[in-house]
Write a protein that binds this ligand. Sequence first.
Ligand SMILES: CC(C)NC(=O)[C@H]1CCC[C@H]1Nc1nc(Nc2ccc(C(=O)N(C)C3CCN(C)CC3)cc2)ncc1C(F)(F)F
Length: 282
Amino acid sequence: EIYTKRPKNHQWKLSDFEIGTPLGRGKFGRVYLAREKNTEYMVALKMMFKSELVKDHMEHQVRREIEIQTHLSHPNILKMLTYFWDEKKIYLILEFAQEGELFKVLNSQPRKRFDEPTAAYYLRQVADALRYCHSQSVIHRDIKPENLLLFSHHVIKLADFGWSVHAPSKCRNTMCGTIDYLPPEMVDSQTYNEYVDNWCLGVLCYEFLCGSPPFESSEQAETFRKIRAVMYGFKPHMSEGARTLISKLLVKVPKSRLPLTDVIEHPWIKTNSEIFTKTKLH
Ligand SMILES: CC(C)NC(=O)[C@H]1CCC[C@H]1Nc1nc(Nc2ccc(C(=O)N(C)C3CCN(C)CC3)cc2)ncc1C(F)(F)F
């Protein structure tokens, strides 16, 4: 999109873009709405201070995020259009998600949760993105509403590959953000494989339907205890289909978790995605 009207080997620079309103702050950078001057294409411009990255030893993570996101191409994965740097900063040009951050959309729902057709329609897209990641030997490792962006026509895209690794991998003891999504094998910091993402999908489905994750507790130690014991309860409003799907993903033995292809084909997903398409996507 932004490459039309530019020579093939065009060296992108900040002055190729008009910078607009701030969209918010990411983990280690500020994000602005921006417009590419020749095509008037709207993009998200993420800028990071090199000094901050070096101070927080994050440069390898940003390098991996760039490496992975420039090589993955899927309708439900946020695209990095280009990147460049100057003496002080690194700039990432990313797709602009018109509807914003999914965790904010979830929180703005009247009952802080999605109905089952919406949850199924969103979950299927995340499962499809993960299936593609795994086919490229990439484990995301950090699936949660904060890392999902909502585009027009209810398109969901997976973002923030700063924590993703190539399968299989040794667990890093540094954790950032919520612990609610950690699978048992990562709580016990054993080696793990791509099945960690299947577990996170179960946690995500639960949070979409209930507004909070299944193992949430006031104490971190209590959360870890519940995760290790796979101890959680369903809420009364959850349908049988939703409960079955979640119970097949929140399984302690990684290889016994429902494969992503079976998630996508699951009756609860198919039925509710179709209801969503018919009722909300006309
Ligand atoms: C996945 C990753 C972990 N998350 C992020 O990077 C975050 C960090 C900051 C923003 C977001 N990054 C992105 N955000 C968008 N779109 C967007 C965001 C926020 C709003 C919004 O609600 N307002 C402007 C509201 C409008 C109403 N006012 C009152 C408050 C701000 C609307 C659209 N597109 C692409 C990106 C990306 F990812 F490419 F950079």
